[in-house]
Write a protein that binds this ligand. Structure first.
Ligand SMILES: [Zn+2]
Ligand SMILES: [Zn+2]
Length: 384
């Protein structure tokens, strides 16, 4: 191809950073990305994309014939009060782009601009997916229901990554982020006087037993070479020092990389609650919701991404898996692709705080590399 994605991206670097700062100053929570999506849509229309709206989400196409490659960015922020003292600090109290989705939107907007400028060199179609509500809202599902993957042959997405040094593109085969589920329920006993426990069915020690038994799911039931998490993160029962409560409520989350481990965790939780409550004459309620499947990169597409990075001199490396979850998983269940990481950790600049932290920030000087990789992936995939 005639264009050099890296120098093209470098040429519009100031614009990419300006967009990122603008989005950063005006964060919007999941499904409320009205301002952000309006700005994105205006640019895309100006550059000649055909647009389909899915609520606050946007599907934008350019080029025709041949194959279709999709590139995805998420646009939502988090309910976090920013603690950075920077000129582009969030102007909205209690809301912040603390995961870097402002950077994802800006990088893909940059790629959109370059791709449009070179649309005569496209051997197929590029579809851009700007989705809402990645943070627990499963915006990806809404986009897929709206047709985002129709006719798509491969999909790629980027996440800025605090655990990688600035400028390194992290590419991983197979499982990258975990599947995530939540659970909640109650132990139902029989309340009474704190001095007469024999006349009650005290749900508090029963809850304690169940919590300890949950800890054996990962340590005793999940095969040692596999991985899983079961965390009880909330327990509520009782109001007074001399009253045994009727019920104890609990909540938590579980994580896994393989669907069969996710199923094992859910089955064991039910069996434990069944057994422990039966032993003490109590009852239980349990609801389990699998929120997000594991994010599993296609090894072929990961390898393709490595070749593209290599060809354009972009630095890349492996990236360890994390137990965090990402709704990009839903796209990867339907079409081959890879979720890539862009290192943004820069100790000298003090950019070291983890994702979702009130002092999270991104090293803006490497954002053009994400844009360059997106452009390169698009043109190279359509030529392949
Ligand atoms: Zn996040
Ligand atoms: Zn994120």
């Amino acid at each position: 191809m005639g264009l050099d994605p890296v120098s093209e991206a470098k040429r519009i670097e100031r614009e990419i950073i300006a967009w990122r700062r603008d989005f950063h100053m005006h964060p919007e929570l999941g499904y409320e990305e009205v301002r952000t999506s309006k700005i994105v849509e205006e640019h895309l229309r100006e550059w000649g994309y055909s647009i389909k709206r899915i609520g606050t989400g946007i599907i934008a196409d350019i080029g025709e014939g041949g194959k279709t490659i999709a590139l995805r960015a998420d646009m939502d922020a988090l309910p976090v009060q920013e603690e950075n003292d920077v000129p582009y600090k969030s102007k909205i109290p209690g809301k912040m782009h603390a995961c870097g989705h402002d950077a994802h939107t800006a990088m893909l907007l940059g790629a959109a601009k370059i791709i449009a400028e070179h649309k005569d060199e496209l051997n197929g179609r590029v579809r851009l997916i700007f989705q809402p509500a990645e943070e627990g809202g499963n915006g990806a599902v809404k986009m897929i229901e709206g047709g985002a993957l129709e006719g798509v042959n491969a999909i790629f997405g980027f996440h800025v990554w605090m655990d990688l040094p600035s400028g390194i593109i992290g590419i991983r085969d197979g499982p990258f982020l975990a599947g995530a589920g939540i659970f909640g329920g109650k132990i139902i006993g029989k309340g009474g006087h704190g001095a007469s426990p024999h006349e009650t069915v005290d749900p508090i020690p029963i809850m304690a037993e169940a919590i300890l038994a949950f800890q054996t799911i990962v340590s005793r039931n999940v095969p040692p070479i596999e991985t899983g998490v079961v965390s009880v993160t909330s327990v509520h029962g009782g109001t007074a020092f001399n009253v045994i409560p009727e019920e104890v409520e609990f909540k938590g989350t579980f994580r896994f990389f393989k669907p069969e481990i996710g199923e094992l965790i859910q089955r064991r939780m039910r069996e434990i609650l069944e057994g422990v409550t039966k032993a003490h004459g109590a009852k239980y309620e349990l609801s389990i919701e699998e929120l997000t499947p594991p994010t599993i990169n296609s090894p072929e597409m990961a390898d393709f991404a490595r070749k593209v990075a290599e060809k354009y001199g972009l630095k890349y490396g492996d990236v360890p898996p994390t137990m965090g979850a990402e709704d990009f998983a839903f796209y990867l269940q339907k079409v081959p692709g890879a979720f890539l990481a862009l290192g943004i950790r820069n100790e000298e600049k003090g950019i070291i705080y983890p994702h979702h932290h009130p002092k999270f920030d991104v090293d803006e000087e490497v954002l053009y590399l994400g844009t360059a990789m997106e452009v390169a992936l698009a043109f190279e995939f359509l030529r392949s």
